[in-house]
Design a protein around this ligand. Structure first.
Ligand SMILES: *Cc1c(COP(=O)(O)O)cnc(C)c1O
Length: 378
């Protein structure tokens, strides 16, 4: 899915993703590349290939469809990496592709488990899968109280073979919430020891990016890294910011300046006339708006762009395909030149966290949404 026919250009530096992967490997054991949601907007197949070159042999995707697409790509490049499906199977059509494409589904409910066992029995073929446990997210997964029944059901369905156990941390990026994290970690350890007693010695993983960088004590046999692969610091703005130092953002977003004109003092600009020039100004009209996932929420929030190496404040409402910025102090701003919305060169580069803060969101959403635009790999 991409936004077609617009002027925005998302530039992805795969070398940065590879370097971030190496940094994460130096902090944790086996790192699983989380490339769900089109690799957080960076491109599923391109990112998988880049990570595979660094030795990544296990990927986590969002859906069965995403898993199938990745399997086709990997097979064509001669790779037989493991592919974990984080969401699903959800509906009946999701089951056959698990076998067809050797996908490792994350199974977190008896409903899913029964359906998987039925399908395995019907076709007479086993399937490796991953057990998902809820230790505090309260989203998906078996609870510790489900263990007796779960172990019974697993014994009755030998074609369905658990090879991995996962749980997800709710607060790993909040240094002030270590107690909650430790309680989750303890519940997970309890679950793992019960599985082991029943004969299931599983590869376990609990840590996300923040868990890898900030909590070595919750590392197990593998870790699941998402946001840090793409270069955003999960601890940005917190007391632990230094733990994410060395990560390099991989995504840059830029678009063209359509027009540059003067805005005399007292004149207002854009819908609703919400901004009025307090002095004689020059403004650049830039080819980016909310149809390009440059959110209208960026209106009136001190958002900036980078034009000719300088910061240009957004003025007036963000429109569907256009946004105005103040280039009064940037004589080099000209029609046809680039305006950078995310990233850029030098100390004035717009960080993912900075754009996210103007936007009222987190770097994850910035990447996923802007990543819907046309991408080029540099
Ligand atoms: C998205 C996701 C991750 C990655 O989390 P980051 O904070 O991006 O590192 C890990 N595990 C699961 C289950 C996820 O859904």
């Amino acid at each position: 899915m991409t936004i077609a026919f617009n002027k925005l250009e998302v530039r992805v530096r795969l070398a940065a993703i590879r370097a971030n992967y190496r940094l994460l490997c130096s902090r944790g054991s086996r790192v699983i590349g989380v490339i769900k949601a089109d690799a957080y907007g960076h491109g599923l197949t391109e990112v998988a290939s880049a990570l595979a070159k660094e030795g990544c042999d296990t990927f986590a995707v969002g859906t069965v469809e995403e898993g199938a697409a990745l399997r086709r790509h990997l097979a064509a490049t001669g790779l037989s990496s493991r592919i974990i499906v984080l969401l699903g199977p959800i509906e009946p059509d999701d089951f056959p592709p698990l076998w067809e494409h050797s996908l490792l589904p994350l199974i977190g409910s008896f409903r899913q488990l029964e359906a998987l066992a039925r399908q395995a029995a019907r076709i007479g073929k086993g399937l490796d899968m991953c057990l998902k446990f809820d230790t505090g997210m309260a989203r998906l997964g078996f609870g510790a109280e489900d263990l007796p029944r779960l172990l019974d059901r697993l014994r009755e369905a030998p074609l369905v073979r658990p090879v991995m156990a996962s749980s997800h941390l709710a607060t790993a990026d909040q240094p002030e919430s270590v107690d909650y994290l430790m309680a989750q970690a303890e519940r997970f350890t309890f679950i793992l020891s019960n599985l082991a007693k029943a004969g299931y010695q599983l590869e376990a993983n609990l840590a996300n990016s923040a868990g890898i960088l900030g909590h070595p004590s919750v590392h197990h046999q593998s870790q699941r890294a998402g946001i840090a692969l793409y270069g955003a610091n999960p601890f940005a703005g917190s007391a632990w910011e230094h733990l994410g130092r060395g990560l390099t953002p991989a995504m840059t977003v830029r678009t063209r300046i359509v027009s540059v004109h003067s805005l005399p003092r007292g004149c207002s600009i854009s819908y609703g006339c919400t901004y009025t020039a307090e002095r004689d100004m020059r403004v650049a009209i830039v080819a980016a708006g909310y149809a390009d996932a440059y959110s209208r929420t960026l209106t009136g929030k001190s958002a900036q762009m980078l034009v000719a190496g300088r910061r240009a404040p957004v003025v007036g409402r963000v429109c569907m395909q256009l946004t105005a910025c103040d280039v009064s102090d940037i004589p080099d701003a000209r029609p046809g030149e680039w305006a950078t919305l995310l990233g850029g060169d030098g100390p004035l580069a717009i960080s993912p966290e900075e754009l996210a803060s103007w936007w009222g969101t987190i770097s994850y959403e910035v990447f996923c949404l802007l990543g819907l635009n046309r991408r080029v790999y540099i």
